[in-house]
Ligand binder design. Structure first.
Ligand code: NAD
Ligand code: GLY
Length: 359
């Protein structure tokens, strides 16, 4: 097992990574508050892992809340079911929510914990690769509103994160690849040697070999933990670097109305577009583009945009909730392993990049 911690003063918390953590009673005991616990999960994950977790926590008073699966359910109506379970189960401020699932469950359970009785503890047990390397770490919690994704939320750091790599064995291949896009992102923004390691380890990661999974998740979480510790609330621009590829990715997701493209798949193409744009601006050597494309391909990800007019994608990029003062912020690469936030990128250059990756 690997462990690291995210340094946030009195809100510092551990992240544990390894196979079989779901059965580690002592580890949970050491990291959970003493009161009643509410496991929040969904209809897909519950049949796979809820029983194991029940046994691990057999000596505790536990209530359960099994939500419908999917992003369309990440809303205030579903959230109310979590509050109903907490109230019916008499969970008080000395208790905790345990999120058992991917990013949708984690974001909703985290937001419920931020609000319930003005805030209770939340432990995250992320069960997708994306949630193990990204959404369970850093304290962003939210639900969607019909007008936009994650519009209603709060910063609420978990009390601990337990990333059990064994649960990734049941994850569908597409979801695995989607998570790998975020892993590749960390190499691009912060660590060229991690990127190079991924180039050789990718086949083993896709085969879900434990050693490589633990290494990839630990290195990703270490990078995220460092960035979040430096800029918890995304005020200095440092945390915004985690959005490499995301402005392009969000535009793609919106253009296809979230149909046929997973978030990580859109981010994967976004990483390539951001790399291409960085080369057009003369920030990086164009040879990096081929390396990024090849790594995305070996991760099972797409490297071509959907059939959407570049001008429409440009318009959708302006809707990104991070746009302020009319300026579109874009994360770009200075070199492999080093990124910067820019607000002065010429529209025509962005359009050239978007045109280049049309099908
Ligand atoms: P998800 O939670 O929808 O999970 C993907 C699918 O895999 C679901 O059908 C789920 O039930 C299933 N699943 C989960 N674990 C499984 C397992 N071990 N075996 C088999 N199936 C399993 O999607 P996701 O990619 O994990 O998360 C996406 C969400 O995360 C989005 O709502 C996004 O907004 C959010 N997010 C939040 C942050 C943050 O910082 N809070 C960061 C990135 C993404
Ligand atoms: N997923 C981006 C962030 O946590 O800031």
């Amino acid at each position: 097992m690997q462990s690291l911690s995210i340094a946030l003063g009195e809100r510092t918390y551990p992240i544990y990574i390894g196979p079989g953590l779901l059965s580690e009673t002592a580890l949970f005991e050491a990291n959970l508050p003493a009161g009643a616990l509410c496991i929040v999960t969904n209809e897909t994950v519950a049949p796979l892992y809820l029983d194991t977790l029940r046994k691990t926590l057999a000596h505790r008073r536990v209530v359960e809340c099994v939500l419908p699966d999917g992003e369309p359910h990440k809303n205030l109506t579903t959230l109310a079911r979590v509050f109903d379970s907490l109230i019916a189960g008499r969970v008080h401020r000395d208790g905790a929510i345990i999120a058992l699932g991917g990013g949708v469950v984690g974001d909703m359970a985290g937001f419920a914990a931020a609000c319930y009785q003005r805030g209770i503890a939340c432990a995250q047990i992320p069960t997708t690769l994306l949630s193990q390397v990204d959404s369970s770490v850093g304290g962003k919690t939210a639900v969607n509103h019909p007008q936009g994704k994650n519009l209603i939320g709060a910063f609420h750091q978990p009390c601990a994160v337990f990333a059990d790599t064994k649960v990734l064995q049941t994850l569908p291949d597409r979801e695995m690849s989607a998570g790998l896009a975020e892993v590749i992102k960390y190499g691009l923004i912060e660590d060229a040697s991690f990127f190079a390691w991924l180039e050789s380890a990718m086949p083993k990661l896709r085969a879900r070999e434990e050693r490589e999974l633990v290494e990839a998740i630990s290195r990703s979480c270490a990078i995220k933990a460092q960035i979040v510790a430096e800029d918890e609330r995304e005020t200095t621009g440092r945390r915004a670097l985690l959005n490499l590829g995301h402005t392009f990715g969000h535009a793609i997701e919106t253009a296809v109305d979230y149909q046929g493209w997973l978030h990580g798949e859109a981010v994967g193409v976004g990483l390539l577009l951001a790399t291409d744009l960085s080369a057009r601006l003369g920030l990086i050597d164009p040879s990096v583009i081929a390396r990024v494309k090849s790594l995305l391909e070996s991760a099972g990800l797409r490297t071509v945009s959907p059939r959407v007019a570049p001008e429409q994608l440009w318009e959708l990029m302006q809707m990104d909730k991070k746009v302020s003062g009319g300026k579109l912020p874009l994360v770009l690469l200075n070199q492999l392993g080093d990124a910067q936030l820019r607000r002065d990128v010429d529209q025509e250059l962005v359009l050239q990049t978007l045109r280049h990756y049309q099908p």
